[in-house]
Design a protein around this ligand. Sequence first.
Ligand code: ZN
Length: 389
Amino acid sequence: MAATSKLYHQDAYMREFCATVLSCAPCENGLFMVVLDQTAFYPEGGGQPADHGALGAARVVDVQLDGDTIFHYTTAPLHVGEVVQGNIDWARRFDHMQQHTGEHIVSGIIKSRFGFDNLGFHMGRESVVLECSGLLDDAQLQELELAANEIVCLNGEVRAWFPRPEELARLTYRSKKEISGEVRIVDAAGADVCACCGTHVARTGELQLIKFIGTTRHKNHTVIEALFGGRARNDYFQKHAALSRLSAFYSAPPLEVPARAEAERAAWEQSAFTSARVQQALFEAEAALCPAGQVAVRFCEGLSPDGARRYACALAQTCPAALVFGGQEGAYCCAIASHSADIRPVGAALALHLNGKGGGKPELWQGRAACTRQQADEITAQVLKEAGL
Ligand SMILES: [Zn+2]
């Protein structure tokens, strides 16, 4: 198959071009596989996804490289010999150029400052994930992020070229794998020199902003999730909008929101603790008033599973058995307690008849029941009678 001339290597900013159709064959998936004499469509490779766009009236939904031939997967057939106009989905491509160039800058600085290699990167729809061969602590990651943004700010040139063998021999460059044949080098404003076939922005200022949004360390590797360019800008807009809502909610300046949220959480926990103590006192007071020898059945909507357990255990101090339904009708939580009988069969029978499930020990059973109040009343009476309680 004829080699396709790669226009994207001559000019990464070429959005439109004309080419002659060399072949067009139908695929099993309903698409058509088109080969042109030249193309500005970048095929998937080197971690960069394939371009999308149009060839004449046909949409291009995938582009792949096999040997020196580039295959365009189109939604409609093209005539062999015709000259077609190609249009690149530029928003998609420029985003890829920003992500790709940003990855060079970050990986290059990791190598030069910390001596770690890039073990691979993935350009996802949302973010870029890159893994390096060593551990970077929080201070080093912050230093890295600032240094990468400094390269953006300096707006240096990103140059890609095919060096002659003698020039290549003198160059020190990163390479992810052994390369055979002609080697293309990209120099990202001095921050990185790397063998690469992808498309890049012309100047680092086009990256606008580099933001790390997540880092994880496992074993002795560090994985960085990063956003570059438009993705980082949009992330800032969205997070600012979210923080503004929280700021209004807490009536606090944006940067004081975390402290305010933590303080409210602590106050809520204290309040819940006090509430549980008051609740416990009420449970015990009611238990003291219960007629001896009578099984207690209580419905207390809104009570948590833990509250239902404490209520049932308190009542069982004076009653032979106690059943407490908390939660709400249709989604009850249930606790059964007894100090004199094994109440597990009672719990199992309730679960069976009330569309529920649960488990426990002889003196305490806890579960759930998806039933109405009327069903719970009727079945509880029936089950307690069968159990002889
Ligand atoms: Zn590259």
